[in-house]
Design a protein around this ligand. Structure first.
Ligand code: G3H
Length: 258
């Protein structure tokens, strides 16, 4: 299997998992900043992790968006069996991404490749807080939200704070404030400083960081030398059951001087 091909990485994987105090790290050789195929390999490892970890019965898999997740979704293979049924949902709604990389789209693509089902959370990307709270009272939205809250698995990426803020069209003021608070990482619409402390939250529905702490299966996927700081920051308070799928370039940068 792909996992076995990477046993040369064994030491690096163990070091990184120990540093972050998480269950497992899987490292792909190369640098996803420069080699697109590395992200495809992340996808194959995510597929294997899902095959191995998803129990029989009904699973609800919450997925986040982003360019990494969109590529990962393309590499998911059928996960259905006679005994195992999988429903894919977006982990959070409306955090401000382009359609192709929104959590809704990633979840739909994963479901199609996994031969599972999916539900869409219809929340416009740019919405005032008032409109947002009204929307929360809609029965169709409430229904999907309840499913999201029951998820037993989450797959997500980690981004660089200012890069994500700019891509999601946050205001100049907000970006300045993020910089003042030394935000370096973003995941699930939360921004973190170097110590892993939350310095900003995008007020959106779906999974909260608290929900994720209790979730049985947590798969984080992020690589590239450029994301080393972001990964380190997010991992400071990541759930212990997390599996991190990353690449050699990020791992070496993170472990430099450690
Ligand atoms: O939350 C993190 C972002 O979704 C990461 O986005 O995969 O495009 O770097 P990216």
């Amino acid at each position: 299997t792909l996992m076995e091909q990477f046993t040369g990485m064994d030491q690096l994987e163990k070091k990184l998992a120990a540093l972050f105090q998480i269950e497992r790290c899987l490292i792909v050789s190369g640098n996803s900043d420069e080699q697109e195929k590395v992200i495809g390999e992340f996808g194959e490892l995510i597929d294997e992790a899902l095959q191995r970890q998803l129990p029989d019965g009904r699973n609800i898999i919450a997925v986040m968006g982003g360019t990494t997740m969109a590529e990962v979704a393309r590499h998911v293979s059928p996960l259905e069996t006679n005994k195992r049924h999988n429903l894919f949902v977006p982990a959070r709604g409306g955090i401000g991404e382009a359609v192709a990389i929104q959590a809704n789209s990633v979840s739909a693509l994963m479901a199609a490749n996994a031969h599972g089902e999916h539900r869409v959370l219809y929340v416009p990307e740019q919405l005032s807080e008032n409109a947002y709270h009204t929307l929360l009272k809609e029965p169709s939205i409430k229904g999907v939200l309840a499913m999201i809250k029951e998820a037993n698995c989450v797959v997500h990426s980690i981004g660089r704070a200012v890069h994500m803020a700019a891509r999601r069209k946050m205001s100049e003021d907000e970006i300045i404030r993020l910089k003042q608070k030394n935000a370096v990482a973003e995941s699930f619409g939360y921004f973190f400083d170097e110590n892993g402390a939350i310095v900003h939250k995008v007020p959106r529905i779906g999974l909260s960081l608290e929900d994720i702490q209790k979730m049985p299966i947590v798969l984080a996927v992020a690589g590239g030398k450029s994301k080393a700081k972001a990964i380190t920051a997010y991992m400071k308070n990541a759930p212990k059951q997390t599996w991190l799928i990353t690449d050699e370039a990020a791992a070496n940068e993170i472990l430099k001087g450690k």
